[in-house]
Design a protein around this ligand. Sequence first.
Ligand code: NAD
Ligand code: UDX
Length: 476
Amino acid sequence: MKVCCIGAGYVGGPTCAVMALKCPDITITLVDKSAERIAQWNSEKLPIYEPGLDEVVKKCRNVNLFFSTDIATAIKEADLIFISVNTPTKTCGSGKGRAADLKYVESAARMIAEIAQSNKIVVEKSTVPVRAAESIMHILRANQKPGIHYDILSNPEFLAEGTAINDLLNADRVLIGGEETPEGHQAVEKLSWIYEHWIPKKNILTTNTWSSELSKLAANAFLAQRISSINSLSAVCEATGADVSEVARAVGLDSRIGSKFLQASVGFGGSCFQKDILNLIYICENLNLPEVAAYWQQVIDMNDYQKRRFSQKIIESLFNTVSDKRIAILGFAFKKNTGDTRETAAITVCQTLLEEGAKLDIYDPKVEPEQIIDDLTHPSVTESPENVKKAVQIHSDPYSAVRATHALVLCTEWDEFVDLDYKRIYQSMMKPAYIFDGRKILDHERLQQIGFHVQTIGKKYQRAGLLRSWGIVPQL
Ligand code: NAD
Ligand code: UDX
C-alpha cells in the first residue's frame, strides 16, 4: 500500500513517522507546500521539537518514509491520502474569530480531484467542523473523472504535543468514521488495517462520519473544560486560604472524576483547545443552540480571565508599577517539551507587562528567539513593534535572563526550571526579589526560606517581609 499525507506539521510529521516505523510494508510520502519545511524534515534539524521524533525519523527516512514537495506525484501514486493541513480560526469574513477556516482542506481536496487517476481513500486527519467530510466529498465528486471512486473517512488525531510519539504508539483509541455503505465499510477496514500493525483492534473505534468529527471537538472541549474548572477554583483558593493542589487531589481521587487534567495553571494554550472550542461554539450558534454555545464560551472566558488575573497579580505585587522594571520570563512555549508557542499564555503575560512599561528578559530552552519576537510584535499583540523589540531581550541561559531583574515569572513547566540554583538566582536579582510560579512546579517553602516573595496559582502565601515583621525569620 502507498500512503500520502498532505501537511507536514505537528500532526502529519509525527503521525507518518510512527506509521512508517510500525508498517515497514507501507510506503509513506509526506508532502507540504512549504519547501522550507520539507527541507528541514530532510535535514539533521527537524522543523519541530518532539521527544523521540528524531530517532524514529532517522530510522525510517528514505527507507519507507519520504518527505517531498512533489505533491502531484505523491497523490497520483497513493492508495490512501491523509489530509493533515492546518485549520485555523477564520480571521476575516463571516464567522471571523470563531469558525474554522477550511481553505487549506479545500485546496488539498481540489488538488486530489485534479490529479487523481485511480481510486483513492481520502482521510480527514485535520480537526474540522461536523459535516466537513460532506464538503470534501462534494468537491471530489463534482470533479470526478470517469471510473475513479473516492471514499472519505474521518480519522481525527488525539496526540498532544510534547508526548506525541508516545501518544501515537500507545493511543487510548483510534477513531475512524466512515459512510454507512458497503464501500464505506471497506474503506474503514483498509484504514483500520494500517493501525492494526500496532494498535489492538479493540482500541480501534468505528463510528459514522459525523460522530467521528464531533467527537474530536468534544474531546478537546472536555479537556479544556477541566482546566477552566480547576482554574476557576484557584481564584477561590487564593481568596480563602484553600490550596488548589489539595482540592484537585481530593476531587481527582474520586474514580468517577479522575486525576488527570486538573493542574491549575496560568491558563491553557496550544493550537487546538481555543480554536476547536470556538469552532464548536460557532457550529452551535449556526444550529440555533445559543444556550449550548454560551456554555462552551465560558471555558474560553475563564481561560482569558485566568491569564489576565495572573498578569495583574504580578503588577499589583510589584507595588502597582512595573514601568522600567526588568522582569525575567522563564518559559515561553505553551507547555513543556515543545517549541510551539501557538496561543501560549506567555504571550498574554508578556503583552500585559510590556503595555505597563516593563523590560523583559526571556528564556526558553526550545523556542527560537525569532519566534518569540514574531509573537510579541504581531499586530494583534502590539501597535508598536519597535518599542517591543527595544524592551525585550532573549537569553540562551536562565541565569543570564534573571540577572538584575525585579521578578522571575515562570510561564512553562520545563523540568530544568525545578533544578535551577535559586540561591544563586536570588543573589543576582534586585531586592525584594519576587517569583511568580504560573505552573506550580517550584518548591515554594524553600524559595521563601531563601528570601524570595513567592506568588503562585491557587495558594496565597504571606509575604516573607510580613513574616519577618511578625518575628518569623525564614531559615536558609
Ligand atoms: P501545522 O500548521 O503544524 O501543519 C500544517 C501544514 O500543512 C503546514 O506545514 C502547511 O504548510 C501545510 N499545508 C497547508 N495547506 C497545504 C496544501 N494545500 N498543500 C500542502 N501542504 C499544505 O498544523 P498541525 O498542528 O499539524 O495541525 C494540523 C491539523 O491537525 C489541524 O486541523 C489541527 O487542528 C489538528 N490537530 C493538531 C494537533 C496538535 O497538537 N498540533 C493535535 C491534533 C489535531
Ligand atoms: C491537546 C489535546 O490534549 C490533544 O488530545 C489534542 O489532540 C490536541 O490538543 P496539546 O494542546 O498539544 O493537546 O497539549 P495538552 O497537553 O492538552 O495541553 C494544552 C494546554 O493545557 C497546555 O497549555 C497545558 O499546559 C495546559 N494544561 C494541561 C493545564 O493548564 N493543566 C492541565 O492539567 C493540563
